[in-house]
Design a binder for this molecule. Structure first.
Ligand code: SF4
Length: 313
């Protein structure tokens, strides 16, 4: 099947305009869906991993390509296998059959239209668990609108408050403005996080905040933006798992994990602003929470264990 939107691809804010059946744009992704790993993941936030795991599907390539990416082999090197939307549908059904609480689509933006087909097919064939869009938030509102009614849970990583660092580390000076619009659209579609009596997320928004060393992510400013523009009722996941990965070795300021003091300062700011739904993490400056990806594999096992605390302040 030919996707017209891929003949002159402007699916994300990069607006490359390339024919993805013949060449690749900034994301590096061809027209064909490319997946590295599908697995039951126990390392996500507690209402996503639950007791049986989040049915996580890791897509290859990425439209943001952060220099410190912890999934660099996938996002930049493109490790993975090309599959059809029908095969993606089968992966979703297999994960549901294995007991997954949800289908967790990781770095899906550049495959939005192929994923929509796979979701529709999977729903026709009995997929009933929530679908989760786990993205960088560097996305167009017009593309996200195509997902309305299909995605139940949005899990954006709100990465930068300052364009200068978004430019330096992700070649995206417009990231702060683009991400805010994208998350506002996600909020419009699904609203705040809803959790069922068993503690499992069924709908809504969780905003991830990965803290970089020396305040480079501008997380304190991002918190104020969320408070002003989205509201204090939203759920935050404050992440302390940064470690130098990918091409971070080229940037001296990215050579260390964050300190406990840096982490605590962000949590304190969130509390002082009035947020009350916050997931916190143990600090970790290693790849302990990153799945062991293999170049051409669809492993169905995962080494990751939980390190989140559920916090209601
Ligand atoms: S999805 Fe990829 S090719 Fe298309 S506009 Fe975005 S970066 Fe460019």
């Amino acid at each position: 099947m030919i996707y017209p939107s891929l003949l002159h691809c402007d699916n994300c804010p990069r607006n490359c305009g390339v024919n993805r059946y013949e060449q690749t744009g900034f994301c590096g992704a061809p027209a064909e869906l490319t997946v590295n790993l599908h697995t039951l993941h126990l390392g996500e936030e507690p209402p996503l991993s639950g007791t049986r795991g989040s049915g996580t599907i890791f897509f290859s390539w990425c439209n943001l390509r952060c220099v410190f990416c912890q999934n660099y082999n996938l996002s930049v090197l493109g490790w993975g296998q090309q599959i059809s939307p029908t095969e993606l549908c089968q992966m979703m059904l297999e994960l549901q059959h294995s007991g997954a609480h949800n289908i967790n689509l990781v770095t899906p933006t550049h495959y939005t239209f192929q994923i929509i087909d796979a979701i529709n097919l999977a729903k026709d064939r009995g997929l009933t668990i929530p679908l989760l869009w786990n993205s960088s938030a560097y996305e167009k509102v017009s593309t996200l609108q195509k997902l309305e009614g299909l995605i139940d849970i949005y899990l954006p990583d709100y990465k930068y408050a300052h364009g200068v660092y978004a430019l330096k580390y992700s070649s995206a000076a417009d990231y702060p403005a683009i991400a805010l619009k994208a998350i506002l659209e996600m909020d419009r579609q699904v609203g705040p996080l809803q959790i069922n009596p068993n503690g499992i997320a069924v709908k809504g928004l969780i905003i991830r905040l990965l803290i970089l060393p020396d305040g480079l992510s501008g997380t304190q400013k991002t918190l104020r933006t969320i408070a002003d523009q989205l509201g204090l009722h939203h759920t935050l996941s404050i992440m302390g798992q940064y470690y130098p990965a990918g091409e971070a070795a080229k940037y001296p300021e990215l050579q260390r994990g964050i300190t406990q003091a840096e982490y605590d300062a962000v949590v304190d700011s969130a509390l002082q602003l009035g947020f009350s739904h916050i997931y916190t993490q143990e600090l970790s400056c290693s790849d302990a929470w990153t799945p062991r990806f293999v170049r051409n594999s669809n492993l169905v096992e995962c080494n990751v264990t939980p390190n989140y605390s559920a916090a209601e302040y």
